[in-house]
Design a protein around this ligand. Structure first.
Ligand code: TYM
Length: 333
């Protein structure tokens, strides 16, 4: 069975974008893969996180993943900072990756914004740590949303250069799995901007713990245009907000965009938004209540994460040890 690795930052409450672009696909891939699911707290601190909030958000993220159907028995769920191999391999990769490669990363440019000089060094080398996450397990498949595509190309460049420089075939090629009609869910306020858990406006996103009233309000207020829904897919090209809502609808009903337009094309947004709200509420309500259940037993949750970390370390320690030997480090322990 091929090995999967994927991660999510505990930098806020996960959004409908995280769910449709990643988490839901993770759960579906569990049947025929060996999976590692990681709450990437080391990545989260590349931007400032209040320590007590980070702690709560990390546990909450783990609880949300369990509530969504991540299986911690057949697979492995753990916190990134509790397995040292990630940092150890990331340092080696900092010395393999080239500055020119990192300079091309669009996500760094977006996140650092205009105040680039003030961005953390961690934010800059973030993709090297992400490559280490994957390669520390020799994972070959990585389910992510569309925004992570460039980082996965870099993970392959790093593996290739490591293999070339040290004359080995040690790190395998990674295949991105970018699945479904909602691989890039956009902001509800601006169809050209990604829906993000760290966006300043709560109205821009659906959080997985939003109650039905909040979901209804956010969808009702979601930006649209004055035209009715189109009947043809090409007509969505110039209508980013409409394309976004139709994409979400398609993902939630497991249909393609064409089928949704066949049903709703030519009609106004009123009934469409009402149907979309119902779908989202139906999906998210059980997740919110299950999350609360997992969070209520904190001792069990921490124990489960500890077991996950032990099992993850048992896979990554020998791989990273071997990488260190290949690099030429003297092994004294
Ligand atoms: P993060 O925490 O930003 O997002 C977690 C996952 O959700 C996807 N995603 C989206 N998909 C569709 N529409 C959106 N609006 C949307 N927003 C987020 C992301 O693509 C991602 O799959 N760097 C990663 C975390 C990471 C990782 C890894 C992933 C660290 N190490 C190794 C894979 C493998 C990140 O910041 O994800």
């Amino acid at each position: 069975m091929e090995r999967i690795f994927s991660g999510i930052q505990p930098s806020g409450i996960p959004t409908l974008g995280n769910y449709l672009g990643a988490i839901r696909n993770w759960v579906r891939l569990q049947d025929d893969h060996d999976c590692l699911w990681c709450v990437v707290d080391l990545h989260a601190i590349t931007a400032w996180q209040d320590p007590s909030a980070l702690l709560e958000q990390s546990l909450e993220m783990a609880a949300v993943l369990l509530a969504c159907g991540v299986d911690p028995m057949r697979h492995i769920l753990f916190l990134q900072s509790s397995v040292r191999a990630h940092v150890q391999l990331a340092w080696i990769f900092n010395c393999v990756a080239r500055l020119g490669w990192l300079n091309r990363m669009t996500q760094f440019k977006d996140k650092a914004g205009k105040d680039r000089e003030n961005a953390s060094c961690g934010l800059y080398v973030y993709p090297n740590l992400m490559a280490a996450d994957i390669h520390a397990y020799h994972a070959t498949r990585v389910p992510v949303g569309d925004d992570q595509r460039q980082h996965l190309e870099l993970a392959n460049d790093i593996a290739q250069k490591f293999n070339h420089d040290y004359g080995v075939e040690f790190f395998p090629t990674v295949q991105p799995l970018i699945l479904g009609p909602a691989a890039r869910v956009m902001s509800l306020r601006d169809g050209t901007k990604k829906m993000s858990k760290s966006d300043a406006s709560d109205q821009s996103r659906i959080n997985l713990n939003d109650d039905p009233e909040a979901i209804a309000l956010k969808i009702r207020r979601a930006k649209t245009d004055p035209l009715p829904l189109p009947s043809e897919i090409d007509e969505l090209a110039q209508r980013p907000e409409t394309r976004n809502l139709v994409g979400i609808y398609a993902a939630m009903t497991d249909r393609d965009v064409g089928a949704v337009l066949k049903e709703h094309g030519g009609r106004g947004f009123g009934p469409f938004k009402a149907a979309l709200t119902e779908l989202i509420v139906e999906h998210l309500s059980p997740i919110a209540s299950e999350t609360r259940r997992f969070l209520n037993d904190r001792v069990a949750l921490i124990d489960l994460l500890k077991k996950g970390a032990d099992r993850a370390a048992a896979i990554s320690d020998p791989i990273v040890s071997e990488a260190e030997r290949l690099v030429g480090f003297v092994r004294v322990r």
